[in-house]
Ligand binder design. Structure first.
Ligand code: CA
Length: 198
């Protein structure tokens, strides 16, 4: 049990980092940007980052359309391991897309990383990884360091949603991989040494 204080400290530090993650609630911080070229910039960090609000409309019934756009950055050494829909109502089929950079094209999906139709709660990062609904460059989960822009839209109703974006530290190379790399360098040096004429 001599390691117990260190374990407790590690858990405390881990909890502190997780607690630093962002929560963006439209009900508190205002509507997310409706401009695909100037998305709201959110500061995601390690842990669960929450984004919640409303979007959508029904132009046919005179309900103006509210598209939601935001960008976030994954720092070097971190990766996005989960995008989970916690709340989505009323039931429908809402278009969700993610693109690299600080804007997203809403007329040409070819430069999206991926996109899909959301029709309920649950994990969606694996579905984005599986292939785009339309166009798409391809997204590989977990998503690595960089800046990305999200577009969320519904054309048949006003949708209330809540989503969690989980950032974790990217795994470092294992000790076995480092040992193998070191062994390879030793072999290379030995081979060069043996080629030197006596
Ligand atoms: Ca909104």
């Amino acid at each position: 049990m001599k390691h117990l204080p260190a374990i407790i400290l590690a858990i405390a530090l881990c909890s502190a980092r997780a607690g630093a993650a962002t929560t963006y609630l439209e009900s508190v911080s205002g509507d997310l940007s409706s401009d695909n070229l100037a998305p709201t910039a959110l500061s995601f960090s390690a842990g669960i980052n929450k984004v919640a609000g409303t979007m959508g409309g029904d132009p046919g019934d005179g309900i103006p359309l509210d598209r939601d756009f935001f960008s976030f950055t994954i720092d070097p050494g971190m990766e996005l391991t989960s995008i989970r829909v916690l709340q989505y109502s009323p039931p429908g089929q809402s278009f969700y897309a993610i693109a690299p950079g600080t804007s997203i094209n809403i007329t040409d999906p070819s430069n999206h990383l991926s996109n899909l139709l959301i029709n309920g709660t649950g994990e969606i990062l694996d579905k984005l990884d599986a292939g785009a609904y339309s166009g798409g460059l391809g997204l590989t989960a977990p998503l690595g360091a960089g800046t990305y822009t999200v577009w969320f839209q519904e054309l048949a109703s006003v949708v209330t949603y809540e989503m969690d974006y989980t950032l974790t530290a990217a795994p470092e190379p294992s000790r076995a991989v480092l040992l193998a790399a070191g062994f390879g360098i030793c072999l290379l040096r030995r081979h060069r040494h043996e080629q030197v004429p006596a």
